[in-house]
Write a protein that binds this ligand. Structure first.
Ligand code: DQQ
Length: 533
């Protein structure tokens, strides 16, 4: 049966049908970008997992290939789970991935290209040495919590390092292995890092960053460089990262502030975004992030629909000048899909008003808007107890009037506003500064009772006295990917409107607050359809 097309995307990466989850082993080879992904060839729910494979010359348009890795030997007969690629000396890609063996143990395998002169890397040979890493009675690794090898890095001592996600009791672990030849791996005594109370660490990612937008290849160490450790928490399906220092002599990672295990942790995305992975793009000198946007439909519904899961638009990422967080921005190539540009002159958006952004296809659009707020001193006081931004966004949803805000965008909105997704800001007066909250409110996104309508939110490190408050949203039928403060906070939502579909979808700038705000800039575009698979 062919999948229901209503909510399929026009420029986000999807296979033609069936289940997709984690992005795997992204890389660039001989000028061609590769994306592998967790895929079920037989249905729209999770299972029978293989590495499906597509390639692209521009990260926008993709062609499909045969599955790169699928169950074929003892060491992966029950599934080919997530993993990463590493470019070995001589420009030789290598995949490390988790195989599920006949006893359903999680073990780590190696695969290398059959033919290095094929830029599409369509065929992969599994190592006769598989598995390279496995749980034993001596290493005491938990055989059902040992998966998702990272891209490896080479230290000055000439040995490769890789980390594997794991847990012991409720402590999340980044188990470290070392190897001289990429085949024989020895487990280090200590994990690279661990944290109590987090549960299983899935899909860890570990890489160097600097405040330059130029990215760093994974083995680079040195002055001015920080490291990022990201983990995906199986218990909550949220990802957290910290910024810190990698001590390559002691082989440990030390976060600068806080840790993964407290809930003030940093996230790439405060909405639906999971099992993400970065890679270094040596062609354009940048680090790129891929992440899976998981479903907001319940399982029987997405099975009925015939497809499930989308990849977020790849994001260029770097270290913010504060060195306290990352900044992310959709790859510049996505702008080649922009068409029908609409610009507004500077416009006052009065309290309690809304203005339609017309002239573009509102269900398939890219919009950038900036606000200036003249009367900051009028801001409501921030209550000391309002520490959780997501809770605050749910309590003060898009319909709750404040002094400054909510103001922002109503997207995928039906004409009479029976349905809308609201992405907006509120400004509060904190102890010694203004505090900006960014929310994505899905509570009215659909009349369909069955979809997950959780509201998301984040505080965002912008100073509204000195800089305009900017918001960019990528809208693609059932996806709203929003970037606040030039990429300082990102929120991705998965929505299933029943009325605001296709030409019936509208886009508005709105201000439900008491005070006026100024729209200092607004540019919006229809997005053309990309050629995807
Ligand atoms: N998905 C894979 C696992 C990984 C999980 C299985 C994260 O390797 O831990 O499909 O979504």
């Amino acid at each position: 049966t062919s999948p229901n097309q209503t909510y399929r995307t026009s420029y986000h990466f999807q296979p033609p049908k069936n289940w997709m989850n984690d992005p795997n082993g992204p890389l660039i080879y001989k000028g061609i970008y590769h994306l592998f992904y967790q895929y079920n060839p037989y249905g729209a729910d999770w299972g029978n997992i293989v590495w499906a494979h597509s390639t692209s010359e521009d990260l926008v348009n993709w062609i499909p290939h045969e599955h790169a890795i699928y169950p074929s030997q003892q060491s992966d007969i029950n599934g080919c789970w997530s993993g990463s690629t590493t470019i070995l000396p001589g420009d030789k890609p290598a995949i490390l991935y988790t195989g599920i063996d006949p006893q359903n143990q999680q073990i780590q395998n190696l695969a290398v290209p059959k033919n290095l002169s094929d830029p599409y890397l369509t065929e992969w040979d599994k190592s006769p040495n598989n598995p390279l890493m496995a749980p034993t009675t001596i290493n005491k690794i938990n055989a059902s919590s040992f998966r998702d090898p990272t891209t490896s890095w080479l230290d000055p001592d000439g040995r490769w390092r890789v980390i594997i996600g794991s847990k012991r009791n409720h402590r999340g672990l980044a188990i470290l292995y070392r190897s001289k030849d990429f085949i024989h791996w020895t487990k280090a005594q200590h994990p690279l890092h661990s944290a109590n109370g987090t549960g299983m660490w899935e899909c860890p990612d570990f890489y160097p960053v600097s405040t330059s937008r130029s990215g760093l290849d994974t083995s680079v160490i040195g002055l001015g460089i920080k490291h990022v450790l990201k983990v995906s928490l199986d218990d909550t399906k949220h990802e957290y990262y910290t910024i810190g220092t990698y001590d390559h002599i002691k082989d440990i990672y030390i976060p600068d502030n806080g840790s993964i295990d407290n809930d003030s942790g940093l996230r790439y995305d405060y909405g639906k975004f999971y099992a993400s992975k970065t890679f270094y793009d040596g062609l354009k000198n940048r680090r790129i992030l891929w992440g899976w946007i998981n479903e907001s439909l319940p399982q029987p519904e997405y099975v009925k629909q015939g497809w499930s899961g989308v990849q977020a638009i790849p994001r260029h990422l770097w270290l913010d000048k504060s060195r306290q967080q990352l900044v992310q921005w959709p790859i510049v190539e996505i702008e080649t899909l922009r068409t029908n540009r609409v610009d507004w002159p500077s416009t006052v958006l009065k309290g309690g008003s809304m203005l339609e952004v017309s002239g573009i296809t509102a269900a398939q659009a890219d919009i950038e808007i900036s606000f200036e707020v003249p009367e900051l001193e009028k801001a409501d006081e921030l209550d000391q107890s309002w520490t959780n931004p997501q809770t605050l966004c749910s309590q003060k949803n898009a319909s709750i009037k404040g002094e400054l805000g909510p103001f922002g965008l109503m997207v995928l909105a039906s004409k009479e506003l029976q349905e809308y997704t609201a992405v907006f800001f509120r400004i509060f007066k904190g102890q010694d500064r203004y505090v900006v909250l960014m929310c994505s409110d899905q509570s009215r996104s659909s009349l369909n009772q069955k979809t997950d309508k959780t509201t998301y939110g984040s505080f965002i490190e912008v100073d509204p006295i000195h800089e305009p408050l900017s918001l960019r949203s990528l809208i693609d039928h059932s996806i709203v990917e929003s970037f606040g403060g030039e990429g300082k906070a990102c929120i991705t939502a998965r929505v299933y409107p029943t009325m605001a579909i296709g030409d019936e979808a509208h886009l508005y700038a709105f201000n439900t607050g008491m005070e006026s705000v100024q729209i200092s800039k607004l540019s919006a575009w229809s997005m053309k359809r990309a050629q995807i698979n």
